[in-house]
Design a protein around this ligand. Structure first.
Ligand code: ADP
Ligand code: ADP
Length: 218
């Protein structure tokens, strides 16, 4: 069996993390979120965390070389031997090319690249209501996906917090960085016949249904 990957593409706040969790449970592949890995490194003040901190706080991208090395290392872990759901990586053409090269070496295959979209007002509303779990980065929304007990993660009981980079100026910058640096990947994956457009404004369960159709088509 060749390892298989799903690459979730879309702007900050559109629901990539939420959907990656659902796909991960359904397909039995780990959810690999570059943002979560950076946040864990930041909390633990590792060398990588210290290098990434200033970029993350400004809403800028962490340099490609650091990001690519980190993801390669994660994808080499035994739990990812059958593949992974990639959330937040790749985010630049250089990262997409690096991923292609890594997967070529391993004989890995990208099943599909769902591109989830929603207009900026929806993204801002979602980000401003987002609550994230300390332990594993599970996400909730104050209105659209509230936890069963306020302030606690349903899955692991850990504390929910609002991220440092969710200030309105930083959110606007993150959306701008996405427009400039990540949108070229839409054409990149369309050219490779992997892109599937998904309406991200629908409720969570309906987005999941669309994604499962795309991913399980063959
Ligand atoms: P969101 O869920 O809002 O899209 P993420 O959690 O994916 O945000 O990312 C948070 C921050 O982590 C980004 O603003 C950026 O600084 C850094 N980051 C995450 N993924 C990447 C990546 N692939 N390349 C560079 N920086 C990244
Ligand atoms: P991303 O990883 O793309 O930044 P998240 O999965 O963290 O996005 O979702 C951002 C916020 O929006 C979270 O609070 C999440 O609970 C909420 N959310 C995600 N998908 C939907 C949806 N389809 N409808 C309403 N709220 C959603």
């Amino acid at each position: 069996m060749v390892p298989v990957y799903v690459v979730l593409l879309g702007p900050p706040g559109v629901g990539k993390g939420t959907q990656a969790e659902a796909l991960s449970n359904d397909l039995g592949l780990p959810h690999v979120s570059s943002g979560d890995i950076f946040r864990t490194n930041l909390q633990n003040q590792t060398e990588l965390g210290k290098k990434a901190q200033a970029f993350m706080n400004r809403g800028e991208l962490v340099p490609d070389d650091l990001t690519i090395a980190m993801i390669q290392d994660r994808l080499e872990q035994p739990d990812a031997s059958k593949g992974a759901i990639l959330d937040g990586f790749p985010r630049t053409p250089a990262q997409a090319l690096a991923l292609e090269k890594i997967l070529d070496e391993w004989g890995g295959k990208i099943l599909a690249v769902p591109y989830i979209s929603a207009p900026p007002n929806v993204l801002i509303e979602r980000i401003s209501g987002r609550w994230t779990c300390r332990a594993e980065g599970h996400v909730y929304h104050a209105i659209y996906n509230p936890p069963k007990k306020p302030g606690k993660c349903d899955i692991d009981g850990s504390e929910l917090y609002q991220r440092e980079d969710e200030k309105p100026e930083t959110v606007t910058r993150r959306i701008q960085v996405y427009m400039e640096q990540t949108t070229p990947l839409i054409a990149f994956y369309r050219q490779r016949n992997l892109l599937a457009e998904i309406d991200g404004t629908l409720p969570i369960e309906q987005v999941t249904e669309q994604l499962l159709k795309v991913v399980k088509k063959d």
